[in-house]
Every structure is written in structure tokens, then in C-alpha cells.
Design a protein around this ligand. Sequence first.
Ligand code: DGL
Length: 264
Amino acid sequence: MLQKPESPIGVFDSGVGGTSIWKEIIHRLPNENTVYLADSKNAPYGEKSEQEIIAICIKNTEILLQKGVKIIVVACNTATTNAINILRDQFDIPFIGIEPAIKPAALATKTKAIGILATKGTLSSHLFHETAQKFASNISVIEQEGTGLVPLIENNLINSFETKQLLQNLLTPMVAQNIDYLVLGCSHYPYLIPEIREIIGDKVTIIDSGCAVAKQTEKILFEKNLRNNTIQKGKHYLMSNSDPKTLTHLVKDIENTVIDYVIF
Ligand code: DGL
């Protein structure tokens, strides 16, 4: 397949969360066009089996390839940790994945305890265990499934009492175990940072992987001679297979966006 510099960057997630990564990409690469696929209909991926996640990721990839993308950013930790190796084997296009940022947290912790908030699908994946074993075997890694958070974000209930209550229940035991770093291992969670901060206070550092993914995307595009060298601002097409209300709300500050409801 021939990938061209002026082709868009493809990004997908189980819904609106991956826009937290997509925004980092646009910020770093403002002249690139993008296509964002929000598979909200199938959210949350984190409660699905590995086989289901793989099948969904293959379908998302095929849709993005039909849109002529030059690279695919899997803006979902659950999809990356369960399916990226298979996607790389099956498709002739570069893939960038996102994984919980265990390594920087493990290197920086002073208390020797870090917290990871991620989906069940990510925390149970082979890739996550491999990374934890490699970089954090000498510290205490407190894993917490964020079950329930993704549907609340998808339904635009970020500031709700229900969300704050759930976060309180999930985070308080981690803080009690003296963590000094909290890794957000799901691309939906950066939208909860103000609410998380209220609960954990300012002594715990929050890390997510958005910026690292944008840097890696730039690096791979450069290496493959696929950077778009135009001086024009990029155009962004977002498609959702569910009511795009939350998506529209979350991307309202980004210029040149077209949002479509599409059946897939
Ligand atoms: N946003 C995704 C992630 O980074 C998936 C959340 C879900 O659908 O469960 O893990």
C-alpha cells in the first residue's frame, strides 16, 4: 500500500477518550490532516475478551485504511496491549500504540510505590505484565481497574457527583498505600484530571502517555518520509458510530473539524 505525506493520520479509540491523544498529536503536528474514529458503540473495550478486542481493532483499521490514512495511532491502551502485535502482523502500515507509562513512573518514584489506573483489559494483558516486570519489578505497583469510568465519560458526565464518588472509591486506597506517582493507563482518563487532583492532592504526580505518543508519531513519520510539509493548518474528520454529543463537546476548541455520525 502506498502511503503519501499529504494523507491523514488515522487515530482510533473505543470512543471519545482517544481525543486526549489526538489533541497532543494536533498540537505537535499542526499541519497534519487527521481522521479520528470513535467506536463509542463498542465502548468499553476494557470489559471485552482479547479475541473481541482484536476483531474490533481489525475492523477499525480497515475503516481507516479506506479513508486513505498513512499511519494509525491506536489511541487506546486496551486495544494496544491486546491487539497491536496482531495489527502489525496483518497490515502493511505503521502503527503507533499507547501503553501505561510505567517506566517513567518507576524510574522517578521516591516512595517506591506507584499507582496504575487502567481498564481490566489492559491490566490483564500479557503486554502490560511484561512491561511491569521489566521496569517495575523492584517497586510496589498498585493496580486499580477503573471499571465504570469510561461509560461516565462517554455520556458526558465528567463533572458529575457519580464520577467523583467512583473516583474517590478507586483512588483513596491507592493514596493510602503511599504512591507518589499515578499513571493514567486509559486514554479516557486525562479528561478526569481536575477531579482526580481534588482527591489525590498535589503530592502525587499524574502521568499519562499522550505527549510520548505524539512524539513517537512525529518520529516515525519523519523516518518514513511521511511528514506533511505544507504550511496550511491540518483538517480533521471525526466519525462516531454513536450520538456524537460528547465528542463534539470535547473537541469544540479545535479548528477545522468535521464531525459525522457514521454507521460502522
Ligand atoms: N480509552 C481506552 C483505553 O485507553 C479504552 C477504554 C475502554 O473502552 O474500556 O484503554
